[in-house]
Design a protein around this ligand. Structure first.
Ligand code: HEM
Length: 239
């Protein structure tokens, strides 16, 4: 953590490092590229799909662009996994995305709070249960997309090691998981990043790296307490 990170006098704290911001940006561009070249292949009879395919250089072009972005996704996922593992093993940061019992009780507390059965909202650490859910869904989804995508890319190689049925199964998995990923990102993620009352009209922290102390106090009070050397409560992070 830099001094800037704990200098909450300034009213802003550093939430994401430049490397994390670059990673998010690359993932975002890559995902848009994959969706724009994947979905028209799934819905090839639709007019919008034919228009997109025509403008992206025809079906051969679209397939090559999709594969290029697919390889980029593999590199990005490996990069992230190695970086995260190194950071955790060096004990520079805790495993803040680890799911624990508290996430489940936090979810129940939040629901009860929304229903008026609880006076105070749940107090979160660096990542709340919704952020963890989204992170792990993305990670598991990426593994499914990569394994099924590679199967579609090298069907003959895969069929040498297992039954041929794997190939049509991979196609169904890839096609539907791709559509679901698109819907999750457009509905859930855009809601959380833009339309949620806490951040409306736009949560810029993943692009600028900084977050206001006010938002930290509201959304991540346990992390804020730790950064400021106060009692972090019973939910220390980094175990
Ligand atoms: C989130 C990421 C991804 C999304 C949303 C996505 C989406 C799609 C969709 C919707 C299709 C059309 C399936 C159909 O015809 O029903 C497709 C096809 C395909 N995808 Fe992906 N995909 C993703 C990642 C990948 C990755 C990582 C790879 C490979 C490393 C890959 C390789 C392929 C291949 C080989 C095809 C078959 C078309 C062709 O031969 O080029 N995709 N993808």
């Amino acid at each position: 953590m830099s001094d800037e990170a704990v200098n909450s006098e300034a009213g802003f704290l550093l939430r994401f490092s430049p490397a994390q911001r670059v990673e998010h940006f690359v993932t975002m561009v890559d995902f848009v590229g994959l969706v724009l070249t994947g979905l028209p292949q799934k819905f090839y009879t639709a007019r919008w799909a034919q228009w997109l395919i025509g403008n992206l250089g025809g079906i051969d072009g679209v397939r090559w662009i999709h594969r290029f972005f697919g390889i980029l996704l593999i590199v990005a996922v490996l990069w992230h996994a190695v970086g995260a593992m190194r950071a955790i093993l060096s004990r520079k940061v805790g495993f803040s995305m680890a799911v624990n019992k508290r996430d489940f009780t936090d979810a129940v507390t939040t629901l009860r709070y929304y229903l008026g059965l609880e006076d105070h909202p749940a107090a979160f650490d660096r990542y709340d249960y919704k952020q963890k859910w989204e992170y792990w869904s993305l990670m598991i989804g990426n593994v499914i997309m990569i394994l099924s995508g590679l199967t579609l890319m090298y069907p003959a190689v895969v069929a040498r090691f297992g039954p041929g049925e794997i190939i049509p199964a991979a196609k169904v998995a890839h096609s539907n998981e791709g559509l679901m990923a698109f819907l999750v990102i457009t509905i859930w993620h855009i809601f959380n990043a833009h339309l949620h009352p806490d951040v409306f009209p736009f949560d810029a922290s993943i692009f600028t790296g900084s977050i206001s102390r006010e938002r930290m106090a509201h959304e991540h009070p346990l992390e804020l307490a730790r950064l400021e050397g106060r009692e972090p409560g019973d939910h220390g992070h980094g175990h």
